[in-house]
Design a protein around this ligand. Sequence first.
Ligand SMILES: *[C@@H]1O[C@H](CO)[C@@H](O)[C@H](O)[C@H]1NC(C)=O
Ligand SMILES: *[C@@H]1O[C@H](CO)[C@@H](O)[C@H](O)[C@H]1NC(C)=O
Ligand SMILES: *[C@@H]1O[C@H](CO)[C@@H](O)[C@H](O)[C@H]1NC(C)=O
Ligand SMILES: *[C@@H]1O[C@H](CO)[C@@H](O)[C@H](O)[C@H]1NC(C)=O
Ligand SMILES: *[C@@H]1O[C@H](CO)[C@@H](O)[C@H](O)[C@H]1NC(C)=O
Length: 263
Amino acid sequence: MIRVFILLMTVGAVLGTYIIQGNTAPTLTRVNTGPKPCQTIPQWEGRASEWNHITESNNRYIISFDGVGLRKRVLKEAKSFMPGERQYNYIMEFKTNTLYTINLNLNTCTVTNLTQPWQNHTIPTDATLEDEYELGAPGSGFRVREWSDRLPARRAESWIGIFTIASCWPIVEVFTDDEPQNPVSLTTRFFDLTPGIANMSVFDPPEICKNQTVHPEPEFEPELEFDPPITYQYFNVTIDDDKDSGPVNSFFKKGWNYFKSLF
Ligand SMILES: *[C@@H]1O[C@H](CO)[C@@H](O)[C@H](O)[C@H]1NC(C)=O
Ligand SMILES: *[C@@H]1O[C@H](CO)[C@@H](O)[C@H](O)[C@H]1NC(C)=O
Ligand SMILES: *[C@@H]1O[C@H](CO)[C@@H](O)[C@H](O)[C@H]1NC(C)=O
Ligand SMILES: *[C@@H]1O[C@H](CO)[C@@H](O)[C@H](O)[C@H]1NC(C)=O
Ligand SMILES: *[C@@H]1O[C@H](CO)[C@@H](O)[C@H](O)[C@H]1NC(C)=O
């Protein structure tokens, strides 16, 4: 116990101070005396490239993020080297729990309920500071901080987010989960970011989405208990794949606190 305490104090000396609470089952509470996670502005736009290392696919998206109206718009960019690839526009209204999936090639719209709660695209307040360094060319780079969901002496990180120190813009996020049945491995890079929303109309569902019946939302399995508790939810969604081979089943697993998927 003493040794554990000394180890924790050593970690604490590096990353902050920790206090041990409780009698029978002590829990560790971090009192962060170092830099606190910054908060990204609620409304912004930009582009993102998401590598899914499990499916070995890379997609690029144009995104509009409205943390005030609780809306997201994600436009999947077409790949010039894949003629015939379907192009999608996704409009997500978290206030009405509605996802509009617009197939831009067929000009069709599918309305479903969203499968995840609203999540601000920022650094969770309980994130652990991993490192601080300069990115870019010597002398003309910029400083970033790297955060993770790692807990001292508890578990390895499964999320890493790199954000600029100036104004807290996301640069790279990595999410990984090596659970054998449903592994997740995503790397998302953000670029061409701009503050604010240039055109609020991007959140307006087009006419073809009107009068659509809402499809049942995917069923959730019971939440799993973790120590410390982290809410994971499992669900299946049916998505169109890009190759006109009909709907495919896809399995998503998300730790809501940290995993910032584009969908
Ligand atoms: C998320 O952003 C909204 C709008 O800016 C804000 O009201 C809310 O408190 C934020 N939630 C969290 C958990 O930070
Ligand atoms: C704003 O977005 C809407 C919907 O995407 C589009 O029809 C309109 O042309 C845009 N307006 C401008 C000024 O870009
Ligand atoms: C949608 O439904 C309303 C009321 O049922 C109807 O007046 C309207 O014409 C419909 N719009 C479309 C685009 O079908
Ligand atoms: C979709 O979500 C809305 C709002 O939360 C809810 O009222 C509705 O029952 C849901 N529809 C289905 C089919 O689950
Ligand atoms: C999700 O899909 C997988 C693979 O098809 C299946 O084994 C699993 O039972 C499904 N889960 C739910 C909740 O439907």
